[in-house]
Design a protein around this ligand. Structure first.
Ligand code: HEC
Ligand code: HEC
Length: 411
């Protein structure tokens, strides 16, 4: 219970904050022309006609409402995550930015080139194609669980105009966790010379002049001034609205909690996989497939890492080979796997944990045996398949086809 209390408090706080901020921003913004209309969820017919020249979107913006599975309600005290009107308006601007090739210096990439909706917003190759023939240094990370249930578990304060949404302090972004917020991460990505190579101030000056962005920015922020800060905030609102909580995995957990038994809706193999995951994997990845229990670790991929991960950034040898513990929701769709995309299939991942863990000096104790040597889980064939079957239950099919996350551009 000790652990539950702060979570509950956080959840409640998040909700309170979001409504206060919403009021302050919406009421306090300047009385620009068209401002009163900016606060509604509908574009007027002139606006809609202009937008429709380049975009295929609805005239009315929908606010997302996600039902929180029971097992997550227990730790959060919240039964639905309801997007505020303010967040929905910003997320729409963010969606357009996410798919706009103007964000890259050469027009070659959009955020979606490396975060594809059909692949749960990951890329299907180990290193993504950037601009000017460059490739990324690491494997793209799936965005389907970026919010880390932040609205639920940590009270993701719906940030106002000038604020940065604070994701639960200790959840950070990128494989080496160098970014503290998605805003920070987005700015880094846009300016990264391999990925998009665009100066964010130049980008802001360019986009501000376009009618389409004037309308969308007015709707999102009550002003047409699309500053760098507002660009990254809108991208953050979009990416955090992608929540994967509608899965068979969640149904299985709920059944287990409600009745203590898992029904025949789940195969014997899936049930066995759930048990195996609990005894071998959830000590790091967590039981809820949400926030991991341990944020960063070495899982013993190599004895000597060529990419040192957190150690590369900090220069500390005790952080060599240490990487973010990734979210596993939708994992069946997000291969190739690991920071360098070395494994093409889940089977290869399971083989690694079963018999391939290397004796790296920083190997996490959860993957060591009593003799202080790398653990050998030595799964049988059936157990390996059970783990794969179980991991496949975490796929949220709705995220892959939800029009709120799809490419809004006409051509
Ligand atoms: C050229 C490919 C590419 C493009 C374009 C790209 N990304 Fe990424 N993205 C990556 C890679 C690779 C990583 C992992 C990088 C690392 O950890 O060093 C990543 C990581 C992320 C993460 C961190 C996720 C986590 O859980 O830690 C977020 C969020 C993200 N990208 C969002 C975006 C947004 C928003 C855009 C557009 C502004 C974008 N990306 C454009 C390849 C790309
Ligand atoms: C010591 C903590 C720890 C334990 C225990 C652990 N993992 Fe991991 N897992 C990690 C880390 C860290 C990574 C990322 C490593 C990297 O890329 O260098 C990872 C990566 C993964 C990935 C790749 C995900 C992606 O998007 O690339 C999968 C799948 C995975 N683990 C499944 C499992 C399974 C199944 C088990 C149990 C058999 C397990 N893990 C046990 C820490 C752990």
């Amino acid at each position: 219970m000790k652990k539950l209390l702060p979570l509950l408090a956080f959840g409640a706080l998040g909700l309170t904050f979001s409504s206060c901020i919403e009021e302050r921003i919406d009421v306090g913004s300047p009385e620009t022309e068209g401002f009163s209309n900016a606060l509604t969820l509908e574009f007027n017919s002139d606006e809609f006609a202009t937008l429709s020249q380049s975009l295929d979107i609805d005239q009315t913006i929908t606010m997302a409402s996600v039902n929180v599975p029971f097992h997550i309600q227990m730790t959060s005290g919240i039964s639905t995550v309801d997007q505020t009107s303010s967040d929905a308006r910003k997320a729409l601007l963010g969606r357009v930015l996410f798919y706009d090739s103007r964000l890259s210096a050469t027009g070659e990439t959009t955020c979606a080139s490396c975060h594809k909706q059909e692949a749960a917003f990951s890329d299907d190759i180990a290193f993504s194609n950037g601009i000017n023939g460059a490739v990324t240094k690491r494997n793209s990370i799936a965005l389907g669980s970026v919010p880390t249930f932040a609205p639920v578990i940590s009270g993701y304060g719906s940030s106002g105009d000038e604020q940065t949404a604070q994701v639960d302090g200790d959840v950070r972004f990128f494989w080496d966790e160098r970014a503290g917020t998605i805003k920070e991460q987005s700015e880094a990505t846009i300016q990264d010379e391999l990925e998009m190579g665009k100066d964010i101030h130049e980008l802001s000056s360019e986009l501000k002049e376009l009618e389409m962005y004037k309308i969308l920015t007015m709707k999102a922020f009550g002003t047409t001034d699309l500053t760098p800060d507002r660009i990254t905030l809108a991208l953050e609102k979009f990416t955090s609205s992608i929540v994967s909580m509608n899965t068979r995995f969640d149904q299985m957990r709920d059944e287990e909690i409600f009745s203590g038994v898992i029904s025949g809706n789940f195969t014997a193999s899936e049930r066995e996989g759930a048990q195996l995951f609990r005894s071998n994997c959830s000590s790091c990845h967590g039981d809820e497939m949400g926030k991991p229990r341990i944020n960063i670790a070495s899982n013993g991929l190599d004895e000597v890492y060529s990419d040192k991960g957190v150690g590369e950034r900090s220069g500390n040898s005790w952080e060599n080979g240490i990487f973010k513990v990734p979210f596993l929701r939708n994992v069946a769709l997000t291969g190739p796997y690991m920071h360098d995309g070395r494994f093409n299939t889940l089977r290869e991942v399971i083989d690694h944990y079963s018999e391939g863990i290397q004796d790296h000096v920083n190997l996490h104790p959860n993957l060591k045996g009593n003799n202080n040597q790398p653990r050998r889980m030595n799964f049988t064939e059936a157990q390996k398949q059970a783990l794969i079957d179980f991991l496949e239950t975490t796929t949220d099919q709705s995220v892959l086809v939800d029009p709120r996350f799809s490419d809004p551009f006409r051509e």
